[in-house]
Design a protein around this ligand. Structure first.
Ligand code: 3BY
Ligand code: FES
Ligand code: FE
Length: 411
């Protein structure tokens, strides 16, 4: 049986509220379908505006088979291109980041302007039409300091996501930050296991001693129930909204993103061992030194975030293979904040460096056990794992839909 038929059948027969069957987490053929149906179609978090601070600044990323360049053009607009030269296909930029007045392919020096147009190609003959060989563009949107790309031929409308998250992000001024620190860890597990682990705090008390000093394990905080029935959360929203900060729980209609502000434990304001701020210069004066907790944003399938008053921690998930996923974490601080003066780097990154490593071990152990021939789908906790269930439902729904479209003779 064709793998897409097999996936369709398994999705149709799936037991709600249970983990997926083994091949969804392990099988290379299933992984290829995930890439095609999810990763090459959804809007993906690529990086931040502050990582391309001036014209010519660029960074690169790899999404499955697609190498991509994100660059700021001369007019200040952020653009994305396929990182594949229109001459013989070489990667134009191999560096992870840099600044360049033009994009020059290292193979034969075809030279592209920052808007992707080919401006120089040596000795191609009198009939050569350079205008036909610009870099292929990738859909690109910037919102609240976040750059999203889509590899789809016809990307979904980004408008609803922008409308939902922009007012929440605006007061944090993340476009004017700098990356104080960045790490990429490789987790030996399928990308869906990384998300399933992220979407609950059932595991927190047993695994995250540092995070648990400040982050509440209450399911209303991490999950997708909204939290409005929890008086502490409702009071927190009222407090933050009185400061002019949009805070109440919002979720996209199709469930691919959620944003809300949540209280931290006791009087904590930041993810430090003491709960005190890690950075003395807040992200913006507009939100200085108040108890605004953590703004939690997720955007499937690439991004989750904890945005605080003094800094923000952003996470990017990229699949490497069926059982390998890269998780990149960035700590964003006020652009004017000086290391050693306004923050101590070790203190800033300690809690999430430890938490990430603990989550990596969890995901890898989860993957290990799922590879067993004895593995069978197990039930999610209705109290604690509503967020995991919601993620898996989102995945199964879009997969079933797209596999059906693919099969339709009219398309
Ligand atoms: O990063 C997160 O949002 C999740 C939620 C709870 C624990 N965890 C690491
Ligand atoms: Fe890029 Fe030849 S492949 S210049
Ligand atoms: Fe965790």
């Amino acid at each position: 049986m064709d793998v897409q038929d097999e996936m369709r059948q398994r999705l149709a027969a799936r037991q709600q509220g249970f983990t997926l069957e083994q091949p969804f987490y392990t099988d290379p053929a299933y992984f290829d379908v995930d890439m095609k149906m999810v990763w090459y179609r959804e809007w993906l978090f690529a990086g931040h505006d502050c990582e391309v601070p001036r014209p010519g600044a660029f960074f690169t990323l790899q999404v499955g088979d697609y190498p991509v360049i994100v660059v700021r053009d001369r007019e200040g607009q952020i653009r994305a291109f396929h990182n594949s030269c229109r001459h013989r296909g070489s990667r134009v930029c191999s560096a992870a980041r840099g600044t360049s007045a033009r994009l020059v392919c290292p193979y034969h020096q075809w030279t592209y302007d920052l808007d992707g147009s080919l401006v120089f190609a040596r000795q191609m003959g009198p009939d050569f039409d350079a205008s036909a060989y610009g870099l292929k563009s990738v859909a690109c949107e910037s919102v609240g300091g976040y750059v999203f790309i889509s590899l789809a031929d016809t990307p979904a409308d980004f408008g609803p996501t922008r409308d939902m998250i922009e007012p929440y992000l605006a007061p944090h001024n993340l476009a004017d930050t700098k990356v104080a620190h960045e790490t990429t860890i490789i987790e030996k597990g399928n990308w869906k296991l990384v998300w399933e682990n992220n979407r609950e705090c059932y595991h927190c008390a047993g695994n995250h001693p540092e995070l648990c000093k400040t982050y509440p394990e209450a399911p209303g905080v991490t999950g997708v129930s909204g939290g409005a029935d929890d008086p502490e959360i409702a009071a927190h929203w009222a407090h933050c909204e009185a400061l002019g900060l949009p805070s109440a729980f919002r979720m996209a209609d199709d469930g691919h993103s959620r944003i809300t502000r949540m209280p931290l434990l006791r009087d904590a304001v930041s993810y430090t061992m003491s709960g005190r701020p890690a950075v003395s210069k807040p992200l913006t004066d507009a939100i200085a030194a108040d108890h605004i907790g953590a703004m939690l944003l997720f955007h499937y399938p690439t991004n989750w975030n904890h945005i605080l008053g003094d800094h923000a921690i952003t996470f990017r998930v990229l699949p490497i293979g069926p059982q390998e996923t890269a998780v990149t974490t960035k700590w964003l601080v006020n652009r004017e904040a000086v290391e050693g003066v306004d923050y101590d780097l070790d203190e800033l990154i300690h809690v999430w460096t430890e938490t990430n490593d603990q989550d990596r071990q969890i995901v890898e152990e989860n993957a290990f056990g799922i590879r067993s021939p004895a593995y069978e789908p197990g039930p999610y906790s209705s109290d604690h794992e509503g967020g995991v269930d919601q993620f898996v439902d989102w995945y199964c729904r879009i997969m079933a839909l797209r596999l059906t479209e693919e099969d339709s003779p009219t398309l």
